[in-house]
Design a protein around this ligand. Structure first.
Ligand SMILES: [Zn+2]
Length: 466
């Protein structure tokens, strides 16, 4: 196989795959972004530079939303792929699909769906208004602050400030263009009568188009999102995942509401026909989300069959009614953490590996911010030869340095050789809008030789060598 660099973990879903209900949730989240107001009179010119910093941080939030929506609003996956390739030039990529249709346990009537569409339109308008007002306020405050400062101090910083105001204005113009466009397309979005649950099938359609395009077929190795609750998914995997098929691997995301040992994935005592067995037998790689952050089911109650992690213990349950303490809508991250811990703890994956020890499995995000999870993953990696981990979504340079110093550097070669670079593009732009900076962090934190391992040797083994 070629010696191109590989990004083992990225996402290319376009606006059509976001589906109306997911779009609605996303907008709700974005509207909650609150910008800090500064009392100009109180803080005054004395803290001029400090204030400038605060303004910049506030503006950065807007720029991030702006940037994220700009990418997410692309009309197909190829356009997003091209954006990614501007930074990751000539990289081979493994785009992961995401089946989110089961994150909402209630089936809605057409009447309720119509109501939701109307709500979505209102939410769009309110998002635009909120951000619009915030940008105006921040620009205005900055000007006031600047005037106040001129009265007190020298003029030498004038140029600096003017250029900042200019930058803010450009962001605002860009944002206006984007939101106007979103507004228009939003209307047609409803009028064209998109399916309410368009997410999964349209992702597959778009990935198919990309993979079947001769320009990209040897550069794009898609992973199929497998949710055991989807009807006939095992059959679908057998038909569509494999060396010369549209999908090259399988993506598992258990916090959306199932156990890593759900019978469809893991088999039962009497029936071993399951996703993991098919993957193990055919050398098909699996990437499984493995951090206690990210995304999780919105349901507060689930029916679970398989192992779960509760009260620091692995428990086997059968058609068990699982109630969560926290709500994703009300409690946010705390609820995501709760669902992650119960459904996705690294020790649950040990159960999978005990039964399928030769499975090519990548525990994505290497535990994220959670050092305890990271250590569990490392321990498992030493036991299971085909267990890998990727560093996707680690946008903080400080965290990356910590992982390098406290973990990576101390690892024996056999484990070091199974750690891979991943971007988590474009989800990661919610946190780091400058994607070039994301990649630069990795190039700076790791030596050239290590970066080659992370992007070439290790992911090549995970994907191709068998
Ligand atoms: Zn991801």
């Amino acid at each position: 196989m070629s010696r191109n660099r590989i990004d083992i973990h990225c996402h290319l879903f376009s606006k059509h795959t976001l589906s109306r209900k997911i779009l609605s949730l996303l907008i709700k989240q974005l509207t909650q972004v609150s910008l800090r107001k500064i009392d100009i009179k109180k803080s005054g010119a004395k803290n001029f530079y400090q204030n400038i910093d605060v303004f910049e941080a506030e503006f950065d939030k807007i720029a991030k939303i702006n940037n994220f929506l700009k990418i997410a609003n692309s009309s197909n996956s190829e356009l997003i792929y091209k954006k990614l390739q501007k930074v990751e030039k000539n990289y081979i990529i493994a785009p992961l699909t995401l089946d989110l249709d089961f994150c909402f346990y209630k089936e809605l009537s057409s009447e309720q769906k119509k109501k939701n569409d109307e709500k979505l339109l209102t939410e769009f308008k309110s998002l635009k208004l909120t951000l619009d007002t915030n940008i105006k306020n921040v620009t205005l405050d900055l000007k006031k602050l600047f005037t106040l400062h001129i009265r007190h101090k020298n003029i030498s910083i004038e140029e600096n400030t003017t250029s900042k105001i200019k930058k803010f204005k450009t962001t605002k113009r860009e944002f206006d263009k984007l939101t106007d466009k979103l507004g228009e397309e939003k209307l047609s979005f409803i009028e064209n009568d998109y399916k309410y649950d368009a997410s999964f099938h349209s992702q597959i359609e778009q990935i198919k188009q990309l993979k079947q395009n001769d320009k990209y077929s040897d550069k794009v190795f898609p992973f199929l999102s497998v949710d055991p609750r989807r009807k006939n998914i095992l059959q679908f995997v057998k038909q569509n995942v494999g060396k010369n098929k549209i999908f090259y691997g399988v993506k598992i995301y258990t916090p959306t509401g199932y156990s890593p040992t759900d019978p469809v994935l893991f088999g039962t005592e009497n029936d071993n026909d399951c996703v993991y067995k098919f993957c193990e037998e055919n050398g098909i790689p699996i990437t499984a989300h493995c951090s206690d952050a990210g995304f999780a089911t919105f349901a507060n109650k689930l029916n679970i069959t398989g192992v779960i992690y509760r009260y620091k213990e692995i428990i086997r349950v059968d058609d068990f009614q699982l109630y969560f303490k926290y709500s994703v809508v009300k409690d946010g991250l705390k609820a995501v953490q709760e669902r992650g811990e119960i459904l996705n703890h690294p020790l649950l994956w040990e159960q999978v590996l005990q039964k399928f020890p030769n499975l090519y499995l990548n525990l994505a995000h290497f535990g994220g911010k959670n050092d305890e999870w990271r250590q569990h993953i490392i321990d498992l990696m030493s036991k299971y030869k085909n267990l890998y981990a990727d560093l996707s979504g680690l946008y903080s340079k400080d965290l990356l340095i910590k992982i390098r110093n406290n973990f990576y550097k101390k690892l024996p070669d056999n484990i070091k050789n199974k750690i891979m670079y991943g971007s988590d593009y474009y989800i990661v732009t919610i946190f780091e809008s400058d994607f070039e900076k994301y990649l630069n962090n990795f190039e700076k934190v790791f030596s050239n030789a290590d970066f080659d391992k992370l992007t070439i040797d290790n992911p090549s083994k995970f994907l191709f060598e068998r």
